[in-house]
Structure formats: C-alpha cells, structure tokens
Ligand binder design. Structure first.
Ligand code: NAD
Length: 300
C-alpha cells in the first residue's frame, strides 16, 4: 500500500517537491493558504485540502516547506497546534530554512507529544526542487534519518545526516554563508579584471583552472554574458533571490551570537548584500543573488 504524506506549504519550492512525491508513488494531501498553489498541487496529482488538520489525518509523514521560523512554530505549536493532531506513528520533516532554535523548539514539543521530528533544510533552488535533485541536510536521530530517507530520496539527489535536531539548519546556515562570501568575492575579482582591461570570459577561464576556482565561478558566473543559462545572462531573474540570501545571512549572524563565533567574512557579505538591496531604484531584493555584481560594476 502506498504511503501517505501531508505537504504543508506549496510555494516555489514546495510545489515541485510535492509533485515529485506524487511521481514517486506517495499519496499526498496538500495544504497551502494560497488557492492558486493548491490548484497547481491538484494538477500535479495531490489531494488538496482546506485546512492543515485535515491534511495530517492518518498520514505516515508530514512535510513542511514554509517561509520562516515564526511561521513554522505557529503552524506546529502556537497557532494551528498541528503537532497535537499528527498521528503518533508519523514522522514530521520540516524542510523550511529556519533558525536552529526554531527546529529545536518544534522538535522538543514533538517529543513531548510522542511525535517524531527531523529538520531537513535544502540546498538547491526552485529548478532543483522541480527536478528532484535537492540536497537535504537532516537533523534528527539515526532512526528518524533512516525513516526520512525514502521521502527525501523522492525529492532529492544528496541526503546527509548532520547530527541531532537543529543540526540540519546549522549545516544549511554554514553553507549559505560560504556561498554568499564566494559569490561576492568572485564578483569583486571579476570586476577588478574588467576595470583593468580583461575580458571577463577569459579571466573566468583562467581562474577556473587556477587556485581561485570556486562554485560561483564554475556554475553561476555573475557577469552577464559569460555563461549561458545562469540568472546573470537573464537579467538576474530566476534563481535564488537576494532577499532569501539576506534571510540566511541573518540566521548565520543569529547563530554566531549564540555560539560567540567570529564571522567577519559572513558579516561583510551580509553588509554587501544589504547595500546591494538598498542601491538603485528597483527592489534588488527580488533579483537573483549573483546580481551582487552590480554593486561593483561602474556605470557605463
Ligand atoms: P514561498 O513563499 O514561495 O512558499 C511558501 C509557501 O508557504 C507559500 O505558498 C505560502 O502561501 C505558504 N504558507 C505560508 N504560511 C502558511 C501557513 N500558515 N500554512 C500553510 N501554508 C503557508 O517560499 P519558497 O521559495 O518556496 O521557500 C520555502 C522555504 O524554502 C523557505 O524557508 C526558504 O528559505 C527555503 N528555500 C528556498 C529556496 C529558493 O530558492 N526559493 C532555496 C532553498 C531553501
């Protein structure tokens, strides 16, 4: 008999993830506050329901992909109090990017009620969510990690256990802080080359085979026209928004305060992305994060 999943939060990421669960043979009860997202989920083969409590009735798994920590806590604990209604036999997987403290609070409350919980934030954007190639960073017990694997395999290509509840979020924060640092560093180096007469394509080729090689340069070149099929060559549309990067950098700052860690490069990156968001007339927050290149480039 096929396993059932309640999927809460069918936005840019959750929509594709729920569709992949259906493709893998899960029966999916879908809930979102937005009618249009419920309709898209129904078109993808999910069963749309009109409240979260109904979605979790009798399910084997609950997966959530929500905007932020306060909303996750509100859905599971303070507002909808969903944890009270989830079957004790079910496993909850929260895939949203939130503070480790949010995951630990939901995890502790779940444990009190006898419900199993893991945090499982993702790396990879909307395209990876649709293609089922996300990377999952899981925080939870080894037993719950094993239980989560079949669900995560239907939505992702790489699945890691980072440690206990909250550890998935810590891994995600560290990864995205480093991503922000090497993207802004890559933009800075490319602009220095351009300003000193180099063709950014040639400079990119050189650095790709030299010690400056990194993921941003290899997969996501921020200078328009250097690489096909990346947001920089599409007016910085699509991809991973500046606002989402700022959210993740704020989570990194928050974590560093709690652990008394020094993150001078992460702090600089957060300031750079903030400066970029607030520069110019248009809302840069909605652009792909590789548009940080514009902060360095000179007006023509
Ligand atoms: P989104 O805003 O497109 O989707 C969130 C969905 O949650 C929306 O459809 C919204 O209606 C729904 N929602 C909000 N409150 C709800 C509630 N109380 N009950 C039910 N549904 C509710 O956001 P997204 O881009 O899909 O991102 C989701 C999560 O994934 C975020 O935590 C984000 O940081 C993370 N993430 C996003 C990306 C990306 O590239 N978009 C990449 C990695 C991780």
């Amino acid at each position: 008999m096929s396993k059932t999943v309640a999927f809460i939060g069918l936005g840019n990421m959750g929509g594709g993830m729920a569709a992949n669960l259906v493709k893998a043979g899960f029966e999916v009860n879908a809930f979102d506050l937005m009618e249009a997202n419920l309709k898209a989920a129904a078109d993808a083969g999910c069963t749309p329901v009109d409240c979260a409590k109904k979605a979790v009735e009798g399910v084997d798994y609950v997966v959530s992909m929500l905007p932020n920590g306060p909303i996750v806590e509100s859905v599971y604990i303070d507002g909808d109090q969903l944890l009270q209604f989830i079957p004790k036999t079910a496993l909850v997987l929260d895939c949203s990017t939130v503070a480790p403290a949010n995951s630990r609070r939901v995890g502790a409350q779940a444990e009190k009620l006898g419900v199993q919980f893991v945090d499982a934030p993702v790396s990879g954007g909307v395209a990876a969510a649709a293609a089922g190639t996300l990377a999952f960073m899981v925080g939870g017990s080894e037993a719950n990690f094993e239980r989560a694997e079949p669900v995560l395999q239907a939505m992702g290509a790489n699945i890691f256990r980072a440690g206990d509840v909250g550890a998935g979020q810590v891994a995600k924060i560290c990864n995205n802080m480093l991503l922000a640092i090497h993207m802004s560093g890559t933009a800075e180096a490319l602009q220095l080359g351009i300003d000193n007469g180099l063709d950014p394509k040639v400079l990119s080729e050189i650095m790709l085979k030299s010690s400056g090689c990194n993921w941003s340069l290899e997969k996501y070149n921020p200078v328009p026209g250097v690489m096909e099929g990346v947001p920089a060559s599409n007016g910085y549309q699509g991809g991973f928004m500046v606002d989402l990067m700022l959210k993740d950098l704020s989570l990194a700052m928050e974590a560093s305060v709690g652990s008394k860690s020094s993150i001078p490069m992460g702090t600089a990156a957060r300031n750079l992305f903030n400066l970029h968001k607030n520069s110019g007339d248009s809302d840069k927050g909605m652009q792909d994060f590789s548009s940080i290149q514009q902060l360095y480039s000179k007006p023509e």
